[in-house]
Write a new protein. Structure first.
Length: 213
């Protein structure tokens, strides 16, 4: 009887762990990103110089006559002018809009899309194709990295960037969590029901023993 009670006590814990694993896997499989990149020759120095040049256009020094640019505009302009990836350069280096993990041909760039801070010029990132500069402007299901935010947008002044959240994503995640909890509950009920049925069968001499004996 004690073994039976212990089994019933363990079932909710196992069910909760099952839900956590499924939830983490689901989040990983549904992560998506919108990002721009610039592909440069295999010269880290060139990549660093261009990176600083873009930053200077976004945040020029106070004594400069240069008007600040919105970070996506500055990065896109540089991509059109300098990127060796002709396929994406024509669109300002846009890799894809809400593209899933595994979308990029270069695995190093693909990983960086889901590891780099939102709204920052990152790199250089080395791959077999050369060096990449990267700007992530939107990403879903990366709460550990991005917190409550999912994308950047142009500020009211036209040049600053603001971070925005996505309330619809939060609602979707809550629905998914609720569905997984329901699955876990019924899995636990099914397992508990099987244990009780086996004990009843043993009491009626239908079977000789129960599994935990």
């Amino acid at each position: 009887m004690l073994s039976f009670l212990a089994t019933l006590f363990i079932l909710p814990t196992a069910s909760s762990a099952f839900i956590d694993v499924i939830s983490r896997d689901f989040q990983a499989l549904t992560r998506k990103v919108t990002a721009h990149h610039i592909l440069l020759p295999k010269s880290k120095d060139v990549a660093l110089v261009l990176k600083q040049s873009i930053r200077n256009k976004v945040s020029p020094s106070k004594d400069s006559d240069i008007q600040p640019m919105y970070i996506v505009d500055a990065f896109s302009a540089a991509a059109k002018k300098y990127s060796r990836d002709e396929e994406t350069a024509i669109n300002g280096g846009l890799l894809g809009t809400l593209a899933p993990q595994g979308y990029c041909r270069a695995k190093e760039l693909d990983q960086a899309c889901f590891q780099s801070p939102l709204g920052e010029i990152c790199g250089p990132i080395e791959s077999e194709y050369g060096y990449h500069l990267l700007l992530v402007i939107e990403r879903t299901n990366c709460k550990k990295l991005d917190g409550q935010y999912t994308k950047i947008s142009r500020g009211a002044d036209g040049v600053s960037q603001v971070f925005l959240g996505d309330s619809s994503q939060e609602g979707d995640n809550q629905m998914i969590q609720l569905a997984l909890q329901q699955v876990g509950f019924w899995v636990g009920v099914s397992l508990a029901g099987g244990v009780v049925a086996e004990m009843a069968a043993k009491a009626a001499n239908v079977i000789d023993s129960v599994p935990w004996e």
